[in-house]
Unconditional design. Structure first.
Length: 74
């Protein structure tokens, strides 16, 4: 894998600061990147948030949130 020098230096500093291996930093970054672009994962994350706040929200807020989510293209 080829990484631009500036990104490499930033990753090196992060790895040193967090006392992690370079491989661990790159793996975590790639894992995060892929997770953010996997539609099912995004939908599941939104569903978890909605479920967590649903008990505190009134019916109007819940209905509006569901309508907004249903009409939004992911």
């Amino acid at each position: 894998m080829s990484v631009p020098d500036d990104v490499f230096e930033l990753a090196e500093r992060l790895a040193r600061r967090e006392r992690r291996s370079r491989s661990d930093v790159y793996s975590a970054a790639l894992r995060d990147y892929v997770a953010r672009r996997t539609p099912d994962d995004v939908t599941e994350a939104v569903d978890r948030v909605v479920a967590a706040v649903e008990g505190d929200a009134d019916r109007f807020v819940t209905a509006t949130a569901r309508k907004t989510l249903a009409s939004t293209e992911w």
